[in-house]
Write a protein that binds this ligand. Structure first.
Ligand SMILES: *[C@@H]1O[C@H](CO)[C@@H](O)[C@H](O)[C@H]1NC(C)=O
Ligand SMILES: *[C@@H]1O[C@H](CO)[C@@H](O)[C@H](O)[C@H]1NC(C)=O
Ligand SMILES: *[C@@H]1O[C@H](CO)[C@@H](O)[C@H](O)[C@H]1NC(C)=O
Ligand SMILES: *[C@@H]1O[C@H](CO)[C@@H](O)[C@H](O)[C@H]1NC(C)=O
Ligand SMILES: *[C@@H]1O[C@H](CO)[C@@H](O)[C@H](O)[C@H]1NC(C)=O
Length: 509
């Protein structure tokens, strides 16, 4: 191990942290042991939590990465760093200077971003007139888990809460990759982030004329009644706790899986597999499962993650779940990251009316990309949809295909980075103050993650896979202007009309 320099962290153009290059076996072992203890502690804790099916907020398993100044581990590492003294050894400091990489795109011509980028304007609309003040950030801290500050291309992080699993780490990883994809392009900014499921900034709390201004809070999902600003979720860079690979790898595996069974040869029922205990919607869906009494054309399977974990995730692979002609999407606690994997299957998605949206789902159209199911009449609606599809196989197949194509076109990693870029840039324009480094914040960069970790297993593997290897060869796509309010209304009306029509068929049935 002592001579095992490099590992995955030191690829060609990337910098390496001190630890990865230095042959000081003793120090390495010390760091390695510390990391391992934390790692196994985490695995044990994760297993316990999964066993109970309770989304308990866990301690971040990687405390050295974004550690608080008080943490003894940090002190420990700082001591070792001084001992090693990177500059003395002729190696770079943990975090390189911001000038380390310059953005020189080959292509200056621009394409317009997809239409769903227009919602960026809507999500920031609330602060368009007032701007975003430092005070809003201060008051918003109580709803947030993270405060992320970018100054001169350098990232600083302050943590308030204990995010679930490693959502925060993988989101942060995504932002670091964005900085690598578009070096020097991101403006200075100061933002709050929440990584949990539930929406936090409710409109109703800010409706009185004299109520405080709502704080801007970045989050993975939004809803009609909330002001949370929607940001791509962590799974685009991977979800190692449940063996879900980064999106590019996952999508390509699902696409290969799709080839195994042609649509007409798939099981002619509606399929869903997941954790049924997290929400009332899912509990309600269980009533539609095949039983001695009824057959609603629905086949539901429980996902026991702790069992899967023990058995090496052999039976939870998403690429093996494109076996049925119809796939059900049902929300969990709020939105579910399963949406994109379900839509990618080439099966017709039966979407139980969602309450929440993520950053791309608002542009999906019923009967074009999915079949709408009422949440008040699930079983009958599902039964009808399956019968309709089996009687109109070409149409059902076309809806399935269109849903998958949409996911593929909307969710290229370039689009994800462009979306993040524009959202953060537009957000930064609203700031009424010049972002400065908060006193309690820690500098983070991919080198700090790399040098303090000997990450094992999927945590390491997924970061390696989702790492941006070199800056973009193109400038970001051009952000289209906001939708006119009447256009949004017309779009919503159209969706409503189509859904109503389907409901009429379903009711007649
Ligand atoms: C590291 O070593 C260099 C060269 O010996 C020295 O000038 C510098 O002060 C040292 N830095 C620390 C943090 O010890
Ligand atoms: C980048 O930073 C390093 C270290 O501070 C400095 O020596 C170098 O001249 C800088 N390069 C440019 C292009 O500014
Ligand atoms: C790099 O940092 C320096 C000092 O913090 C700042 O003056 C400079 O503008 C930064 N460069 C870029 C490209 O952000
Ligand atoms: C649905 O029914 C099948 C067969 O009875 C059972 O194995 C499965 O666990 C049920 N699914 C759920 C989510 O309850
Ligand atoms: C899930 O699997 C674990 C381990 O195999 C088992 O102990 C536990 O009872 C299962 N939980 C449920 C709810 O079935």
């Amino acid at each position: 191990m002592a001579n095992n320099v490099n590992g995955f962290w030191c690829h060609g153009d990337q910098f390496c942290g001190c630890f990865s290059k230095v042959g000081l076996g003793q120090v390495k072992r010390l760091v390695f042991t510390t990391t391992c203890i934390f790692f196994f502690f985490f695995l044990f804790a994760a297993a316990l939590v999964h066993l109970m099916y309770v989304p308990i907020i866990q301690r971040n398993p990687l405390p050295q990465m974004i550690s608080s100044p008080q943490s003894s581990t940090t002190k420990h590492l700082t001591r070792i760093e001084n001992l090693l003294n990177c500059s003395y050894l002729g190696l770079r400091q943990n975090c390189p200077n911001n000038n380390s990489s310059v953005f020189k795109p080959d292509e200056l011509s621009t394409k317009t971003c997809p239409d769903y980028f227009r919602w960026i304007h809507n999500d920031l609309q609330q602060w368009k007139n007032s701007g975003i003040t430092k005070n809003m950030i201060e008051t918003g801290k109580s709803s947030a888990e993270l405060r992320l500050v970018i100054v001169n291309g350098e990232v600083f992080l302050e943590k308030f809460g204990k995010p679930y699993q490693t959502r925060d780490l993988f989101t942060l990883w995504g932002i670091l990759q964005l900085l690598k994809f578009y070096p020097g392009m991101l403006p200075d900014l100061d933002l709050l982030f929440f990584t949990g499921d539930k929406t936090m900034i409710k409109k109703i709390d800010y409706q009185e004329p004299n109520s405080a201004s709502p704080p801007p809070l970045f989050h993975y999902c939004g809803e009609e009644d909330a002001l949370d600003i929607v940001f791509p979720d962590w799974t685009f860079w991977g979800w190692p706790e449940v063996n879900v690979m980064p999106w590019e790898q996952m999508l390509s595996a699902i696409k290969n899986g799709n080839k195994r069974i042609k649509w007409e040869n798939r099981v002619p029922y509606a399929y869903w597999k997941g954790n049924p205990y997290v929400s009332l919607e899912r509990k309600d869906l269980r009533k539609c499962n095949l039983s001695d009494k009824y057959d609603w054309n629905v086949r539901l399977y429980k996902q026991n993650w702790s069992k899967e974990n023990e058995e090496g995730f052999k039976h939870s692979k998403l690429e093996d779940q494109c076996t049925h002609r119809y796939k059900i999407y049902v929300e969990g606690v709020t939105w579910s990251v399963s949406e994109k994997y379900i839509l990618a299957c080439d099966s017709m998605t039966l979407m139980i009316k969602p309450r929440y949206y993520d950053f791309f789902s608002r542009n999906m159209v019923p009967m074009q990309h999915y079949w709408p199911i009422r949440n008040t009449n699930k079983c009958r609606d599902l039964k009808f949809a399956v019968e309709w599809g089996n009687n109109h196989p070409d149409k059902a197949q076309a809806i399935g295909k269109a849903g998958s194509r949409l996911i593929e076109e909307f969710l290229t990693m370039r689009n994800i980075y462009d979306y993040m870029f524009h959202l953060l840039s537009e957000y930064a324009k609203l700031l009424k103050f010049k972002p400065t480094i908060p006193s309690k914040a820690q500098r983070v960069c991919w080198e700090t993650i790399a040098s303090s970790k000997k990450l094992k297993g999927p945590w390491k593997e997924y970061m390696e896979q989702s790492m941006v290897k070199s800056p973009s060869d193109k400038i970001p796509c051009a952000l289209p202007p906001p939708y006119e309010p009447q256009v949004v209304q017309a779009f919503l009306d159209t969706k409503e009309k189509i859904t109503r029509q389907v409901e009429v068929w379903q009711t007649e049935y």
